[in-house]
Design a protein around this ligand. Structure first.
Ligand code: DQA
Length: 152
């Protein structure tokens, strides 16, 4: 049997404080809770996942560079870097595997500076506004994309 597809899940700044950070917007689940959700979903889909979080742009970029060779797909919630980081956009351009951008909140219902994403133009797809379930939806989307790739 083929090895399970390896999926990298990256989380940007302040997401380490989910659970206590603006719960009216982001809910009460912690990043560890979200990781557990993802692990359950990944098991059902036959994926091997690695979840990482950093408050530092450079560290996120170094992890994205690993995806050039190591990973079958990336799920990324770049958090505030979504709206500011040309460097993360440039790093994602180097990656040929599917990229799913996830936001817990519906950024389009929020301040206008959150309506622009540097990541969306280089992502395969975007999921936003479904709370932590967005990460599971992203895994399902990747499952469909990788299956399609196998059929080609
Ligand atoms: C976020 C939305 C961003 O605008 C914000 O800066 C975040 C979280 C979300 O998941 O809804 O930190 O990416």
């Amino acid at each position: 049997m083929a090895d399970p597809a390896k999926i990298l899940i990256l989380n940007g700044p302040n997401l380490n404080l989910l659970g206590i950070r603006e719960p009216g917007i982001y809910g009460r689940e912690t990043l560890a809770d979200i990781e557990r959700r993802c692990a359950r979903k990944a098991k059902a889909l036959g994926f091997d996942i690695t979840m990482r979080q950093s408050n530092s742009e450079g560290e996120l970029i170094n992890w994205i560079h690993e995806a050039v060779s190591e990973w079958s797909a990336i799920i990324i919630n770049p958090a505030a870097y979504t709206h500011t980081s040309v460097a993360i956009m440039d790093a994602l351009k180097l990656v040929s595997c599917p990229i799913v951008e996830v936001h817990i909140s519906n950024v389009y219902q929020r301040e206008t500076f959150r309506h622009h994403s540097y990541v969306s133009p280089v992502a395969t797809g975007v999921i936003c506004g479904f709370g932590p379930a967005g990460y599971e939806l992203a895994l399902e989307a990747i499952s469909g994309l990788l299956r399609k790739k196998e059929e080609v």
